[in-house]
Design a protein around this ligand. Structure first.
Ligand SMILES: NC(=O)c1ccc[n+]([C@@H]2O[C@H](COP(=O)([O-])OP(=O)(O)OC[C@H]3O[C@@H](n4cnc5c(N)ncnc54)[C@H](O)[C@@H]3O)[C@@H](O)[C@H]2O)c1
Length: 336
């Protein structure tokens, strides 16, 4: 793949993994990121009060050194600054732009709606404005949260969306805005809806990561709910492969795709894997928050049929790979 690809918000969990894979495939990749949300500066100040900030900083170190060693262009730009973003787009002249910049946590979005609006919606508007009429493809990472409570065991992309809370509402509004740019400016776009991601160098403190960190640090694992709630856990490699399928196929233009493993598993399935890989695991169940929608399986048939998506990391395989990486990383880098 010899395309010029710009990733906005590309120093995050998804972005840096995607940048590394694209570069490995021969693309010319540039990443811009403010490093202010769930990244270097917020972790240095421990704004989100994560329990192991030193560990997160070590993980970020590894992200940055990998990007550097693979010679991926990195520019620190706040995408809320239209002039700076536009200048970079003018210079780099990408053919594909992938927009990831956001506050990527539902809880934080409900606590800080304005910060979320500025980093998620304003950055999106700026990306669209700076690339309209001059790129071949715009890709946006939406979320399963646009659906709200799942009404069926499996949701397809044409399900009615009823998001709950700020995060889902902004993702749904973002989808509408992108479609409007498609109508008005003939922008070729693709909207992807991932869910419950886990994998190497994530610092977002979603369940998969929290459970491993708690088990390593011998602290109690807290589960909100009874653990029977199901999520469509998706390993980062499947998501990255799916994004690449979307980049490669023109069938992805003007389409929305669910992009998950495609089979929801109960949260307790993670606990089972954790217990098989760590000793003395203690679990406590607490009441779940009512603003978190009840989700489940996202049907990925459309992505399989139209763009050749082939998820290949079931939870038992992907979570094990992630645990293995975490244990090695911890041994090698983390000095308490
Ligand atoms: N991780 C998941 O499970 C998941 C699931 C569904 C959707 N998504 C979406 O995918 C996208 C990427 O998620 P992620 O997991 O990599 O999150 P992340 O928090 O790791 O990465 C987001 C990145 O965006 C950057 N950013 C935020 N505001 C910015 C700004 N104003 N200018 C420049 N950069 C800015 C942050 O610094 C961060 O590096 C997000 O839009 C998220 O909502 C993620």
């Amino acid at each position: 793949m010899n395309k010029k690809i710009l990733i906005v918000g590309g120093a995050g969990f998804i972005g840096h993994n995607l940048a590394l894979k694209l570069k490995q495939m021969g693309a010319k990749v540039a990443v811009i990121d403010s490093l202010t949300v769930n990244n270097l500066y917020s972790i240095k100040r421990n704004e989100d009060k994560v329990p192991f900030p030193k560990l997160s900083l070590k993980i970020l170190d590894q992200r940055f050194s990998l990007l550097k060693s693979k010679k991926i262009i990195f520019k620190q730009i706040n995408a809320q600054d239209f002039k700076a973003l536009n200048k970079f787009v003018n210079e780099f002249k990408p053919k594909v732009v992938i927009h990831l910049a956001a506050v990527s946590h539902a809880n934080k979005s409900n606590k800080f709606p304005l910060v979320t609006f500025n980093n998620s919606f304003v950055t999106l508007q700026n990306s669209l404005e700076s690339i309209k009429n001059r790129v071949d493809h715009f890709i946006f990472l939406s979320s399963s949260m646009v659906y709200g409570d799942f009404k069926k065991q499996k949701v397809t992309e044409d399900e009615v969306c009823n998001p709950i809370g700020i995060y889902g509402a902004l993702k749904f509004s973002a989808e509408k805005l992108i479609k409007a740019y498609g109508q008005v400016y003939n922008l070729p776009y693709t909207i992807l809806r991932p869910s419950a991601l886990y994998g190497e160098r994530c610092i977002s403190r979603r369940v998969g990561q929290i459970f491993i960190e708690s088990a390593i640090n011998k602290s109690k694992i807290i589960i909100n709910g009874d653990g029977r709630e199901k999520l469509d856990f998706t390993y980062i490699d499947d998501l990255v492969d799916g994004i690449i399928c979307a980049i490669k196929s023109k069938n992805s233009f003007q389409e929305i795709f669910n992009l998950t493993y495609g089979s929801a598993q109960p949260i307790n399935a993670l606990i089972k894997i954790i217990k098989n890989n760590f000793s003395d695991v203690e679990v406590e169940y607490k009441k779940r928050g009512k603003l978190m929608p009840i989700r489940g399986t996202l049907d990925v048939k459309k992505a399989k049929r139209l763009i050749g998506y082939k998820p290949s990391w079931p939870l038992e395989k992907g979570y094990l790979a992630y645990i293995k990486w975490y244990k090695n990383f911890y041994k090698k880098f983390f000095i308490i």
